[in-house]
Design a protein around this ligand. Structure first.
Ligand code: F42
Length: 146
């Protein structure tokens, strides 16, 4: 059941433009970063309750996706991290395919396994982790069957 609420654009111009161009073109435009595929995650604002759209690297395995709250290795997590902590129901668009998912933060061996998959797609994630003392949170997004 799709998320409802008012769309609240990101305050990061480049990210907002990429997410909006991706969605408006049904995933046909602005669908890579440095040649690597991206997805757009829609989450419910933890404070505003608005819909937030976030471009993320596409890390997928067997129909499940990973959201990596790296924010380039910034000391603080991205705002959308708090959204997923409060509202696990998210939407994810991969190309023209948009579905509902439930987000679960990973720990331990499962986290290790999925982190390796993330670094395979985007090796810079390892560099981001070296830049910050916080352990970069990662969320497994599992499809909500209709
Ligand atoms: N960011 C990543 O963390 N990981 C990636 O893999 C990634 C890939 C990527 C690919 C392409 C691209 O264009 C951008 C990419 N980014 C990636 C950047 C990503 O799209 C985000 O810009 C970045 O992660 C920062 O996320 P953010 O949620 O902190 O966004 C800021 C800029 C923002 O929009 N802030 C809003 C504002 O008004 O300042 C608030 C956003 C928000 O969700 N607010 C919540 C609410 O209630 O509405 C409150 C949240 C809270 O603090 O409780």
């Amino acid at each position: 059941m799709p998320l409802t609420g008012e769309y609240k654009p990101s305050t990061s111009d480049w990210a907002r433009k990429q997410a909006e161009t991706f969605e408006a073109s049904d995933g046909q435009k602005a669908n890579t970063l440095r040649g690597v595929p991206i997805i757009v995650l829609t989450s419910v604002g933890a404070k505003s309750g608005g819909l937030r759209k976030t471009a993320l690297m596409r890390v997928e395995h067997d129909g499940r996706y990973l959201a990596v709250a790296s924010k380039g290795g910034h000391p603080d997590p991205p705002n959308w991290y708090w959204n997923l902590r409060k509202n696990a129901h998210v939407e994810l668009q991969d190309g023209s395919d948009k579905r509902d998912y439930v987000a679960r933060q990973l720990e331990g061996e499962e986290r290790t396994r999925w982190w390796a998959r993330a670094v395979e797609v985007w090796p810079d994630y390892d560099n981001y982790q070296l830049k910050t003392d916080r352990e970069i949170a990662i969320f497994l997004l599992e499809p909500i069957e209709d």
